[in-house]
Design a protein around this ligand. Structure first.
Ligand code: CAP
Ligand code: MG
Length: 424
């Protein structure tokens, strides 16, 4: 093993309480041993480089990262918290998810999970509301929340957008969101859309007697994003949504600090460029951990049954991870204690229709937000009927009645099942 890496591995090392632990999947390059590849990752992600340097000091070696556990391809590395600017997520990621993916010593490398020590957790506020807080604001105690994404994703004018939102709310949706790539285009300027859609929300609340939410997409250059957040607040909005990967971790920290009591919904567009390859990149579990640390209230985690990749094991692990305060170690999973950081509402969205509701609830539980775009606006009788059908599917599931049986005297649900389930 290269002299410069030898110090970064000690399989007898016992992590200290102020160490951050990262779990990596490591595939060494040809001719490189696992120990050497793991030590190279620990070196490059903390204090080392490819060769020893005359400027190294004993005290720096002491605070370096340490490989302390290797099981097959899975490597655990302990990072003394003093290595980090502890409330700076971009810096933490530049260490543990930075240069290392490009190192020649590894054929593949994936950051699988991270466990933050209390000394780091204490530097973050985490979610403002969390699951119970969102439920309280939405006045929905037990069942999953039902959301839709206005479709077509782009092209509607602000007034048309508001009308589609209204139709979804009066049909039974709790939440209506902008799509991830709708921000402030010429055909649908942000401020006009927010004004008109919040007016539609107020009308729908009055007519239904239910609390309704509009999640305006504030994704933009940071200063502009903050101006849009202020505008939503000034118009009586309760929510903002943001594309956390394309907007970036620094901007997300800024958003968390400057959005008052607004609920933050995290869309993860672009995540699959990092998360989809199970051997290389960053897991959605690790991304969700950082999003929870910074303080989003809800985050997309996948659907298992919909149109996007995401295995049952992966999605259920994230579902548990973001909803719980104490997490036990599992296969390729670190134990975690979230101390002062509230749980985050998991969002299942992407290719879903009313027929998916029973197995979603069976697999992910009721503390989830189920979003259907095409699965509501694609209903043969239109958006309102689509929302009614989705709500009926929720009602049936919460009462333990099969959709088939419930559809007998619920026409909207029957028409949805005919389109997407029976006529497959
Ligand atoms: C869903 C959606 C969401 C995806 C994102 C879309 O629309 O609006 O962005 O859910 O995927 O644009 O595809 P549909 P994920 O309901 O019409 O599919 O939640 O996996 O990040
Ligand atoms: Mg979308």
């Amino acid at each position: 093993m290269k002299e410069s890496y030898a110090h970064y591995i000690d399989l007898n090392y016992k992590p200290r309480k102020d160490d951050m632990i990262c779990l990596f999947y490591v595939e060494p390059a040809k001719g490189v041993s696992m120990k050497e590849a793991a030590a190279a990752v620990a070196a490059e992600s903390s204090t080392g480089t490819w060769t020893e340097v005359t400027t190294m000091k004993k005290r720096i070696m002491k605070m370096s990262a340490k490989v302390f556990d290797i099981k097959g391809h899975y490597v655990k590395i302990a990072y003394p918290a003093e290595l980090f600017e502890m409330d700076n997520v971009p810096e933490i990621l530049s260490s543990v998810a930075g240069n290392i993916f490009g190192m020649k010593e590894v054929e593949n490398l994936r950051l699988v999970d991270n466990d933050f020590p209390k000394v780091i957790l204490k530097r973050f506020k985490g979610p403002k509301h969390g699951i119970q807080g969102v439920r309280k604001i939405m006045r929905v105690k037990k069942r999953p929340l039902l959301g839709t994404i206005v479709k077509p994703k782009l092209g509607l004018h602000a007034s048309e957008h508001a009308q589609v939102a209204y139709n979804a709310w009066i049909g039974g949706c709790d939440i209506v969101k902008d799509d991830e790539n709708l921000t402030s285009q010429k055909f649908n300027p942000f401020e006009e859309r927010v004004i008109k859609t919040l007016e539609a929300r107020d009308k729908a609340e009055e007519e239904t007697g239910e609390r309704k939410a509009y999640m305006a997409n504030v994704t933009a250059e940071t200063i502009e994003m903050l101006e849009r957040v202020d505008f939503v607040r000034s118009q009586g909005g309760k929510y903002v949504m943001v594309d956390i990967i394309t907007t970036g971790w620094s901007a997300l920290q800024t958003l968390r600090e400057n959005s008052g009591r607004l609920i933050i919904h995290a869309h993860r567009a672009m995540h699959a460029a990092l998360t989809r390859n199970k051997k290389h990149g960053i897991s959605m579990l690790a991304i969700a951990d950082f999003a929870r640390l910074i303080g989003v209230d809800q985050i997309h985690i996948g659907t298992i049954f919909g149109k996007m990749h995401g295995s049952k094991k992966e999605v259920t692990t994230i579902d548990r991870e973001i909803r719980e305060m104490i997490i036990k170690p599992g296969e390729h999973k670190l134990a975690e204690k979230w101390e002062n950081i509230k749980p985050v509402f998991p969002v299942a969205s992407g290719g879903l229709h009313p027929g998916h509701v029973p197995k979603l609830v069976k697999t992910l539980g009721t503390d989830i937000i189920i979003q259907m775009g095409g699965g509501i606006h694609g209903h043969p009788d239109g958006t309102t009927e689509g929302a009614v059908a989705a709500r009926q599917a929720l009602e049936a599931t919460m009462q333990g009645i099969s959709l088939k049986k419930y559809a007998v005297d619920h026409r909207e649900l029957r028409r949805a099942l005919e389109k997407w389930v029976y006529k497959k």
